[in-house]
Design a binder for this molecule. Sequence first.
Ligand code: EPU
Length: 431
Amino acid sequence: MDVIRIKGGRPLKGRITAGGAKNSVLPIFAACLLTEEECIIRNVPDLSDVRYMGRILEHVGASVVEEGDGVWRIRAQEVRSEAPYELVRKMRASICLLGSLVGRLGEAKVSMPGGCVIGPRPIDLHLKGLRKLSCKVDVEAGYLQVDGSNRRGGGVFLGGRYGSTVTGTANLLMAAVTTPGTTRIECAACEPEIVDLCAVLGKMGAQIEGVGSPTLIVHGIDALRGVDHTVIDDRIETGTYLIAAALTGSDLEVKGAPPSMLGALHDKMEEAGVDLIYREGLWTVHASGPRIPVDLITLPHPGFPTDLQAQMCTLMAVTPGISVLTERIYPNRFMHVSELQRMGADLAIEGASCIVKGVKKLSGAPVMASDLRASAALVLAGLVADGDTWIQRVYHLDRGYQRMDEKLRDVGASVERLPAAEMPKHLLGED
Ligand code: EPU
């Protein structure tokens, strides 16, 4: 297992490029099961979650070929309807198979996904949606069994207590595209990754109206065809590097997702005194001026994304003054807080909010990554901390950031990935 060592205090300079969006690729890979024709997916990031999704597709019978340069060829001539626990438990996004198997075969048997460190992640809305399509849904011995042989279009309100559901919308869309009649989804997720999935389904022949809005209307068709699609850039990776530039007071260029996908972050950064310009696919950050603390609340898109809350917490941790970061998607998603405290951050959790009192300096420490975005927040903290920061369990980072250590090194940061054995023994945490 690897660890990352960061020597803080170096400004970043040059250009950093975000890859394809992980949270687009995962449901799009699942959508490839909807057709027996070949699908070519481009701009696929090299991430452990993506490779894992490839393995799951192979398990249900697809041929999955990684051609290099981010191009994957997927062909599901024949598909099995069962996804077992051993596969599903390791990655929650494998629940996307549910919709695509129902859409392709009219039935699915998928293990219930397990727990998750960022808090409870129920799938009641996914199941409600399928039931509204007249699917018979049973939970038996840890498996979801869906019989959609008599499915037909229907209307469903897909909102829950935290708003819309991203993978729930993806699942219902994939089931609905081949469901006879018309399906109307209210309170559908409007995230760019859902728009990207709709673009793929549209190219495959699906008839979807209202793309990008909370009301999606799907007219079922008999069969879908193959597709050649380039995945959108990752808005969360892009946003993470924009925050890194702000944090280190650097003049940095970031190539990645456009402002239409990052409006809430753009707005907050401006409020925080960070100068951001986007032109022809490139963000330019000027962050040498004083920073101002900002409050934020995470919300479904186009609100502030929960997947950037931890990184903003790091930024605010070294911004003079008090800021309040409130989670409205995952009220317990504050695993980064205790590790940032170990680096000297002054943070307090009050219900679903983190109260941040900006300190002058963080100091390097051995810390433990706990989930993907919490890991990113720790890497960012390491960039500005005095001394060395050692991050353990970096496999969390590799799930969603392609070669983050290399990318940051290329713009001047001192970030090294080392075998855990090279970490001084007295710094090692329990693993
Ligand atoms: N929810 C329910 N019932 C459901 C489904 C969701 O109550 O049936 C609740 C959840 O508990 C949560 C809220 O609704 O409070 C939103 O959950 P959602 O279903 O939208 O999340 P998800 O689809 O499981 C995706 C991303 C997450 C991202 C969230 C929110 C993928 C593979 N994952 O998860 O990404 O945080 O949307 O935007 O697309 C990450 O990349 O680090 C990550 C966790």
